[in-house]
Design a protein around this ligand. Structure first.
Ligand SMILES: [Zn+2]
Length: 165
């Protein structure tokens, strides 16, 4: 297992309703891996003189798939990912902020996940750069986030808000 640092200045912020949609997506996909895309906005915020990046989720699309690993499918079909991305941008003016999937136990990225994170960051499409990889543990529905930022893998903070904003 790699040791990766925890970066508290990068946050994935979701409200409870959105989190519930993630949980439903995971339950419906069981026993297969669930996968989905989170759309929203990224805000740069100065907090006590330090820069913070807030990835605010606004919309979630659960990706239904017969494939055991829809994430692997998407990584191999970037046109498909791009199509979903363009649609969200044109319809709701939201950008892709996070790629979501589930693990049967734990939330730590697999070696394949690390490879895919690097692949997506280097694929040349700027829209896919700096995506948070949100991983949910099926056993307890705990959600963690990871990002490749400045060429370094980091775990980021996931914040769940009760309000609708
Ligand atoms: Zn994974």
């Amino acid at each position: 297992m790699r040791i990766i640092k925890f970066e508290k200045d990068i946050k994935l912020i979701l409200n409870q309703l959105l989190l519930n949609q993630l949980i439903v997506c995971v339950k419906n996909a069981s026993p297969n891996e669930a996968c989905g895309l989170l759309f929203g906005e990224v805000k740069e915020i100065v907090h006590n003189g330090e820069y913070q990046y807030h990835f605010r989720g606004k919309k979630f699309s659960c990706i239904e798939s017969n494939q055991k690993s829809p994430v692997a499918f998407l990584m191999k079909n970037l046109e498909e990912l791009n199509r979903i991305f363009q649609e969200a941008f044109q319809k709701d003016n939201l950008r892709l902020i996070s790629i979501f999937h589930s693990h049967p136990g734990g939330t730590y990225p697999s070696e394949t996940d690390f490879t895919n994170m690097r692949f997506l960051d280097n694929c040349g499409n700027k829209a896919f750069k700096n995506q948070i990889w949100a991983i949910m543990n099926v056993r307890n529905m705990k959600l963690n986030g990871y990002i490749l930022f400045n060429n370094e893998f980091m775990q980021i903070e996931v914040k769940i808000k009760n309000s609708k904003t």
